[in-house]
Design a protein. Structure first.
Length: 457
């Protein structure tokens, strides 16, 4: 097992990783920017080192600075968390070249699955259903128009290196395609340094279902069942749960088997997530694979009883999988709410600031992942995630009630968050019934905010 691990991240995920490492008697090295001096992850780690200025490009994305610290501090592995360098194949390869273990899949796998067009082609070649669209990258808007005519409008233009809705445009009419194609390419270049685009048929308001997988270095792959991620805004997830009301046992097993096939096709190692869309007729399609730990991993940990960071460390150290597919059980129901420092009444504008007062919920089956503490700053330079509140109960209605109670106990003062919006969603009739899809928030946002004004929640 590793002796010392550098955590190439910040915030709640850095705190999360440090805690598991401490339980495994692994020393940790935290890196931080000048904006994060005194942040919780720097205080919990065995050692902490400043690696650059507040801008991520000079700190958390500074590969040479991170690798230099890892080598000087005697680390034998780097955990990238999520975001930043977690899905950067070049960084994974550089870790290997420096004699450091990258806690994740090999660089070539990251690159293949990070290219959405290459991943689609790989899945299609292995018989895994993909959304109808281009066979690979689309060179220009003229080629895109030909493909769109074949598969029918509406279509989605998507960045091959994309994620989180960036470099993506919905096209409803042929006349809109040229300028939307150009806009998607500009955004893809700005966000990812890669302007490659591909085209998909738009499936209107599907369910977004993803399967957590684990894979060792010896060809063993298992899935840890599904997470429902359909409560989202502009492709950014807000709430997640496991299991999903949309799946019966037959569909759940078929999707799980497809997720394992996808991981094997990619030669995958470590923890990852295979994402699908599910249409209203029960057809599911591969959309992408996230080659890292997901933000919403706590719901899987609740229903399976596994520590996914511990599993990542074990697998990266070269150990065999210590659990079989038959041993993985779904126990009870789990939900997670992402508490972002954003103002829903101002178009979800970021609202960073100083945490002037903080009270976190507790009790049986309640978990809070956060890097916050009273008096700390939430900097404007990074992701707006302030905390994740997760709950676990015997059934779905019990989980909803527990989450309501947990959010009622949560107090974060100093800036606006999405906690109240999450609380309102928990009272919406369709959500309570589990009858929702990716169009839920867009269709209900105004009503939810009006409801809040009326004090009905």
């Amino acid at each position: 097992m590793f002796h010392r691990v550098l955590i190439a991240n910040r915030g709640e995920i850095a705190v999360r990783i440090i805690r598991t490492c401490r339980e495994m008697d692994i020393d940790t090295v935290a890196v931080y920017s000048t904006a994060d001096a005194g942040a919780l992850h720097t205080q919990l780690a065995t050692s902490s080192v400043c690696i650059g200025p507040q801008q991520a490009s000079g700190s958390y994305l500074n590969m040479s600075a991170i690798l230099t610290v890892a080598l000087e501090m005697g680390c034998d592995a780097i955990h990238p968390g999520y975001g930043f360098l977690s899905e950067n194949g070049e960084f994974a390869d550089l870790c290997t070249q420096c004699g450091l273990k990258f806690i994740g899949p090999p660089g070539d796998v990251i690159c293949t699955m990070g290219s959405k067009s290459a991943a689609r082609a790989l899945m299609r070649a292995h018989g895994i259903p993909v959304v109808p669209g281009s066979d690979g990258a689309v060179e220009d808007s003229e080629m895109a128009q030909e493909i769109a005519r074949e598969i029918g409008y509406p279509v989605l233009i998507k960045a091959s290196a994309g994620g989180g809705g960036r470099g993506m445009r919905q096209v409803d009419r042929p006349e809109d395609l040229p300028h939307l194609f150009a806009a998607a390419r500009r955004e893809a270049l700005a966000c990812f340094g890669d302007g490659e685009l591909y085209l998909e048929k738009l499936i209107i308001n599907p369910r977004h279902i993803e399967f957590q997988i684990l894979a060792d270095q010896y060809g063993n792959v298992i899935h840890l069942w599904e997470r429902e991620c359909s409560i989202q805004r502009k492709h950014q997830k807000i709430m997640e749960e496991s299991p999903s009301k949309a799946l019966n046992e037959d569909l759940r097993c078929r999707m799980g088997e497809a997720a394992v096939m996808a991981a094997k096709a990619a030669g995958y190692q470590n923890a990852g997530t295979v994402e699908f869309v599910l249409d209203k007729d029960g057809n599911f399609y591969f959309i992408e694979m996230n080659t890292r730990l997901q933000v919403e991993h706590p719901v899987t940990e609740f229903v399976t009883g596994l520590d996914l960071v511990q599993e990542q460390l074990r697998l990266a150290a070269g150990l065999h999988m210590n659990i079989t597919q038959e041993q993985v059980r779904q126990n009870g129901w789990a939900m997670e709410c992402r508490i972002n420092a954003e103002d829903p009444r101002r178009g979800f504008a970021p609202s960073p600031g100083k945490t002037t007062f903080l009270h976190l919920p507790g009790g049986p089956g309640v978990r809070v992942d956060t890097g916050l503490f009273e008096g700390c700053a939430l900097p404007p330079y990074y992701d707006s995630l302030a905390a994740k509140v997760s709950v676990h109960a015997s059934g779905r209605l019990e989980a909803i009630r527990k989450m309501r109670r947990a959010l009622e106990e949560l107090v974060i003062e100093g800036y606006t968050t999405t906690a109240d919006l999450c609380h309102l969603i928990l009272y919406q009739p369709d959500f309570i019934k589990g009858d929702y899809d990716t169009g839920f928030l867009e269709q209900n946002l105004n009503q939810l905010l009006e409801w809040d004004c009326g004090g009905k929640a």
